[in-house]
Design a protein around this ligand. Structure first.
Ligand SMILES: NC(=O)c1ccc[n+]([C@@H]2O[C@H](COP(=O)([O-])OP(=O)(O)OC[C@H]3O[C@@H](n4cnc5c(N)ncnc54)[C@H](O)[C@@H]3O)[C@@H](O)[C@H]2O)c1
Length: 336
């Protein structure tokens, strides 16, 4: 019998249950195997005297023949009016269920699930696309996600030096300080274009609406990793950066959501076919990532409910059910 009690995992323990190396491995298997990810639902919440808020529902569940039968939903509230209250604008919760019985298993911190699975998905993109000898990393945007990028990348590549750029210099300084305190060589970038031209892996996790990564600065062999720009109007890279690259996305949603792709495709700079495939294609081995040391690789992610489910399952199993193999033993006899 499965344990039917409903568990609560706080932010600290959710993070402890998601070490990067293991999470990247689990995501690689998860993207290769796939799961059911229906369209996310957006609900607008009208407010008096403040901007409209949003409730987002992001479900995902195992395919019927998968051994691990889990179902999960991420619930996200986005309340722009919280800025005036000095309260964070985004709150996220993850609920994990047994997909066979529908019983609730665990509630965990959705903010931690999101930021760690996002950094780990970027690292998986780099494992499949960046040069194996990539030793330098530039992080553009040192916020919730960006500050996790060095640790996530150090799990997949021999990163020796981290450079950090942020429009808020104190955010870059804070990340550099915390890396230095842990013995990691890191510095705040003074000139962004020079730093891009001198780095093996360039990651952006910003709220930029104009390109911060320009093709003219990118040297041969670089891996470009884009995490922000989640609407067609937002951008982190320019047309040239995409046009000169071997380009991949986390899921096909990126082709509709990300300004980095939508704008150059609509503008006729590149065709849709220029985007060669998804993380599932790469993880499954259907497509080859990097083919030469000199080519520039490009990975644009907009996030997937699959990655949330993989992470939530990992947290639950690590604390409560390390030996849980399958809930299929709970299937009614009539369907055996
Ligand atoms: N792809 C995904 O799955 C996924 C998941 C979560 C978040 N995101 C996106 O990643 C981005 C970062 O998220 P976060 O939670 O770390 O946000 P955050 O607000 O914690 O951090 C963003 C950081 O970027 C900096 N910044 C903003 N504009 C910049 C610019 N033009 N140049 C340089 N720095 C700039 C800010 O000063 C801040 O330090 C957001 O766009 C978010 O929507 C994507």
């Amino acid at each position: 019998m499965t344990d039917a009690s409903f568990r609560l995992v706080d932010a600290q323990n959710t993070a402890a249950g998601l070490p990067f190396k293991a999470l990247v491995d689990a995501l690689e298997t998860g993207f290769a195997n796939g799961c059911v990810v229906p369209a996310r639902h957006h609900h607008q919440l009208e407010k008096t005297g403040e901007p409209v808020a949003t409730l987002l529902l992001m479900p995902a569940w195992a395919k019927p023949d998968d051994q691990d039968q889990f179902l999960g939903v991420k619930l996200v509230t986005v309340v722009p009016g919280n800025a005036a209250r000095s309260v964070p604008g985004l709150t996220s919760t993850y609920i994990l269920y047994d997909a066979v019985t529908g019983q609730q298993l665990c509630l965990m911190d959705g903010n931690v699930i999101t930021s760690r699975r996002t950094a780990a998905t970027a690292a998986l993109g780099a494992r499949l696309l960046a040069r194996e000898d990539a030793r330098s990393l530039l992080v553009i945007g040192a916020g919730r996600v960006g500050s996790l990028i060095p640790d996530a990348y150090r799990a997949v590549r021999p990163i020796e030096k981290v450079s950090v750029w942020d429009i808020q210099p104190e955010a870059a300084q804070k990340l550099v300080r915390s890396l230095n305190e842990r013995g990691i060589i890191a510095e705040v970038v003074r000139d962004l274009e020079t730093a891009i031209a001198a780095t093996d892996i360039v990651t952006a996790a910003t709220l930029a609406t104009e390109p911060v990564i320009k093709g003219k600065c990118i040297r041969k062999g670089t891996h470009i990793d884009l995490i922000g720009a989640f609407t067609p109007r937002m951008r982190e890279s320019d047309d040239a950066a995409l046009a000169m690259s071997r380009a991949f996305v986390d899921t096909d949603e990126a082709l509709h959501e990300a300004g980095d792709l939508v704008q150059p495709i609509e503008g006729g700079v590149v065709s849709k076919e220029h985007i060669l495939g998804t993380l599932a294609d790469l993880a499954h081995g259907k497509l080859k990532g990097r083919t030469t040391a000199d080519e520039i690789t490009y990975f644009k992610a907009v996030g997937s409910g699959l990655a949330d489910l993989v992470a939530a399952r990992m947290v639950y199993k690590s604390f409560y059910a390390p030996d849980r193999i399958s809930a299929t033993t709970l299937r009614p006899a009539s369907v055996e």
